[in-house]
Write a protein that binds this ligand. Structure first.
Ligand code: NAD
Length: 497
């Protein structure tokens, strides 16, 4: 049995860890490797290596940092096939979907390649006689990232390229369910010329997370995962004086108006609900059918959900792979059952699906629930699986009110031919990322990603300009030249003249 080790100070190392966790192949249900689970002392070792590396990396030139980012970006392109296979093997998603997350993550590296521009400060000449003011930003020091299983490459890439390009050193604690991609990335950074200790990977569970949250030498923590853990991370890490960004879970609604092209909308809803087996923070899990759109929309969705090809992610031609664990599979099955018990109509039932030759895999087929109401558990809970719940409303105002009453506010979309309805929707809805005839409106890397309400704890979205702000702090310098001469010191508070 292969053991996945930590990556500390430029090398694979078991450090002092003795505990391990199994890593499964979700398509077979079999354990394929094990991963080390760090103890607090292992986190100390990684933070010490990152702290030592910061002494020189924090003073490295913008040119050096940028050149390494360009080289890293090229390696991500060259190794895309291999990375996609690694992701698919442990997560279960289909290879082309894995490529998609690599490309979207790589775009953050491309943004980091232009960090020199993003880090430009301001300068004001002659704010008072012989006095100028300029501002600049400096890195924080050692920063950490704690990431979820569902995007083992993309979500860490939302963090470390910007942290590193702005001069910080990084300790990543990836999900213990699909840890291999992070070690592969560490090797690519080393090949790109990143000095030892600038990027470290510590594998683990709550023990490692708690050690990061309490560590006195970590200046900031970026977290992406479920809302209860995001709240916990935010509370504990801010209590120990850290800067924290904590992105949580989601329940994303797509509103379909009667004037939409229903075939187009249903195509996009199907892909956005069942792609990656619904395990995306921007997956559409609720379709809100307005007025007379309802019956026709559900009819098309039924046909399309039944056409989704489910099987191992490694087989080209499959649309959807398994979910990540047996526990996730059971959660999905229970959610469909509770929907049925509480009065929803099960239009498509994915519970009984088996994939020939992969009977032990964590497969569950697409499910479509109609006439779901806001009191039902299938509506209230984040199922994080291939279940699309249809709620019916009479007006666009009702749709907006429904979304605004939901505790989550990550993404949402509207399908319509009406510019007026779309404009009102985007202005009134309390959600961070909005699509108009676009079902998964993940912002480009030069914007920032983040939801509202329980989908983002605290106030810092991730990557793009907000990422640069998060990983740096500002200085403003007021200087006077010449330093001798006619000015006399006064006891009154200084003002300009
Ligand atoms: P999770 O919250 O279970 O785990 C996330 C990270 O926290 C992992 O590294 C895990 O090891 C750690 N962790 C888990 N339990 C912990 C505990 N009790 N104490 C300390 N650390 C703990 O999330 P997941 O199941 O890996 O990922 C799915 C969730 O992530 C979904 O809720 C999804 O919506 C969310 N997500 C959100 C975004 C976003 O941008 N808002 C993006 C991707 C995923």
């Amino acid at each position: 049995m292969n053991t996945i080790e930590h990556w500390i100070n430029g090398a694979r190392t078991p450090a002092g860890s003795a505990r391990t966790a199994p890593v499964y192949d979700p398509a077979t249900g079999q354990q394929q490797v094990e991963v080390l689970l760090a103890e607090p002392a292992d986190v100390d070792t990684a933070v010490a290596a990152a702290g030592k590396a910061f002494e020189s990396w924090g003073n490295s030139s913008l040119t050096q940092r940028t050149r390494i980012m360009f080289a890293f970006r090229e390696l991500l392109v060259r190794h895309e096939d291999e990375l996609a296979r690694i992701i698919s093997a442990e997560h279960g998603k289909v290879i082309d979907d894995a490529r998609g997350e690599i490309v979207r993550g790589r775009e953050v590296v491309e943004y980091a390649c232009g960090i020199a521009d993003a880090l430009k400060g301001g300068f004001s000449d002659q704010v008072s006689r012989d006095v100028d003011v300029h501002s600049f930003r400096q890195p924080l020091g050692v920063v950490a990232g704690i990431t979820p299983f569902n995007f083992p490459i993309m979500v860490p890439l939302w963090m470390h390229p910007i942290a590193i390009a702005t001069g910080n050193t990084f300790v990543l604690k990836p999900s213990e369910r699909d840890p291999s991609a992070s070690n592969f990335v560490a090797e690519l950074y080393a090949e790109a010329g990143l000095p030892e200790g600038v990027f470290n990977v510590v594998h683990g569970d709550k023990v490692a997370v708690d050690a990061i949250l309490d560590h006195p030498d970590i200046a900031a923590v970026s977290f992406v995962g479920s809302t209860p853990i995001a709240k916990y991370v935010h509370e504990r890490a801010t209590a120990s004086g850290k800067r924290v960004q904590a992105l949580g879970g989601a329940k994303n609604h797509a509103v379909v108006l009667p004037d939409a092209d229903l075939e187009f909308a249903a195509n996009h809803l199907t892909a956005a609900a069942f792609g990656s087996a619904g395990q995306r923070c921007m997956a559409i899990s609720v379709g809100v059918a307005v007025g007379e759109a309802g019956d026709q929309l559900v009819g098309i969705l039924e046909r399309k959900a039944k056409e989704v090809k489910v099987g191992p992610g490694s087989d080209a031609g499959n649309d959807m792979g398994p979910v990540v664990t047996q526990a996730a599979r059971e959660r999905v099955i229970n959610a469909v059952a509770s929907g049925a018990e509480q009065g929803a109509t099960v239009v498509v039932d994915g519970r009984g699906l088996t994939v020939e030759g992969h009977e032990g895999g964590f497969f569950v087929g697409p499910s479509l629930l109609d006439h779901v109401t806001t009191e039902m558990d299938a509506y209230r809970e984040e199922i994080f699986g291939p279940v699309l719940a249809i709620v019916r409303v009479d007006t666009v105002d009702e749709a907006i009110a429904l979304i605004n009453a939901n505790p989550y506010g990550n993404g949402t979309a509207i399908f319509t031919g009406s510019g007026e309805a779309a404009r009102r929707f985007q202005r009134e809805v309390k959600v961070g990322m909005i699509g108009v005839n676009v079902p998964i409106p993940v912002p480009m890397s030069y914007y920032s990603f983040g939801g509202w309400k329980d989908s983002l704890i605290g106030d810092s979205p991730i990557h793009g300009p907000e990422g640069v702000r998060f990983y740096t702090r500002a200085k403003v310098v007021t200087s006077r030249w010449p330093h001798t001469g006619r000015f006399t010191a006064g006891f009154n508070f200084p003002t300009s003249s």
